[in-house]
Design a binder for this molecule. Structure first.
Ligand code: KG4
Ligand code: ZN
Length: 357
């Protein structure tokens, strides 16, 4: 039986990620990354956002070369793989289908286990990849239970992580995700998709207190970003009536002020979560955790509140297959495998972690 496997022996897992617009394949040996290959899809840039049908087609083009490159970089053959882990959801259904079908076919042909992975759980479990923490003076991995602020293009969640398999969502966004707030604000400023990294870059030259935007009054640990989006839109419309080139003249300050507001909203809820739970092991995950102001704000809050802070290295923030293989490894040790008739799911509850559901 698999659960008797001694985890000291080398276990090679191929991870496959295709939930949105990045096609990625990674090979891990236990918790060590041997290869993590990502093909970004530039095609969406001209449309100002991800076009689902184009994303699926692009995954089809990329998946085989990306998997080959990962195996080559890892310097192993397909026959050495112990299992294949893939993103089952949440994400764009057409995109997920490409990764799911490929993973099923390869697992069947190699006669090795297939492991389904929840994308948002994987973002969190990236913290267990060897050397994944950016802060060298912190312990290698967070201790259970820890709080993770998971911020991506589709989700914003505060999660209490009890084990590698138990995730409690304490709060989440009621409308837009933090990444969406960045991307939509960037679009209003005329910046290309994805806007988050552009805002981050331009904000470095601006004054974060130049403009003030309202904070949502949302109870408990939930978030809302749609009001902020509307207030930015109305503010820009009003200013442009008086000064047509208002955006061009104030671009750096606008980026810095919008970023400052989003980061403040996130940090205040994270502080509330730490206070109400009494947990001081605090992690950050997801694409928006690449944001330099958010990373610094979590470090500062950590110093203030004496938290142990875990911030992923940049390559493990945005979508990557290393995190999928990492999550797959834990399920492998437990012997939790997926049947070959498993389907991709655009939406899956964070607390449901059962291939048969
Ligand atoms: O986790 P992720 O790669 O994909 C999803 O699962 O959604 O997150 C993508 C999101 C996008 O909204 C992107 O704009 C945002 O992460 N993002 C950033 C930065 N890098 C990526 N947002 C702000 N600052 C960044 N440096
Ligand atoms: Zn993601």
């Amino acid at each position: 039986m698999i659960d008797t496997i001694n985890n000291q022996q080398p276990i090679y897992i191929l991870g496959i990620e295709s939930s949105c617009d990045d096609t990625s394949a990674a090979v891990l040996c236990n918790n060590k990354v041997l290869a993590n290959v990502i093909a970004n899809q530039e095609i969406h840039r001209q449309y100002g956002g991800v076009v689902p049908e184009m994303a699926s087609r692009s995954h089809q083009t990329h998946i085989i070369p990306v998997v080959h490159e990962a195996l080559n970089k890892a310097n192993i053959t397909k026959k050495m793989l112990n299992a294949i882990a893939f993103t089952r959801g949440p994400g764009l259904l057409g995109s997920l289908l490409v990764g799911t079908s490929f993973a099923k076919g390869l697992a069947e042909s190699l006669q090795i286990p297939l492991i389904d992975v929840h994308h948002m759980q994987a973002h969190i479990l990236a913290h267990f990849i060897e050397n994944s923490n950016e802060l060298m003076d912190m312990p290698a991995t967070p201790k259970f239970p820890f709080i993770c602020l998971t911020v991506s293009g589709g989700h914003t969640q505060i999660v209490k992580v009890n084990s590698h398999f138990s995730f409690e969502v304490l709060g989440q966004t009621l409308d837009d995700a933090a990444g969406e707030a960045f991307d939509k604000a960037a679009k209003m400023l005329g910046l290309p998709y994805p806007g988050g990294p552009m805002i981050d870059k331009l904000a470095k030259q601006g004054n974060p207190k130049a403009f003030e935007f309202p904070h949502p009054q949302i109870q408990q640990l939930d978030f809302s970003f749609s009001g902020l989006k509307t207030s930015i839109l109305y503010f820009l419309e009003k200013q442009q009536k008086e000064t047509p080139d208002f955006i061009q003249k104030n671009l750096y300050d606008l980026c810095a002020s919008i970023q400052f507001t989003i980061v403040q909203i996130l940090i205040q809820k994270l502080e509330k979560a730490a206070k109400t739970t009494g947990i001081r092991e605090i992690a950050l995950a997801g694409g928006v955790s690449a944001n330099s102001a958010l990373r610094q704000a979590v470090i500062n809050a950590g110093l203030k509140h004496k938290w142990h802070v875990f911030i992923p290295k940049l390559e493990y923030c945005t979508d990557n297959a290393a995190m999928i293989a990492m999550a797959g490894y834990f399920k492998y040790l437990k012997g939790e495998f997926a049947p070959l008739n498993i389907t991709a799911e655009a939406r899956i509850d964070m607390n449901i972690n059962n291939s048969t559901q």
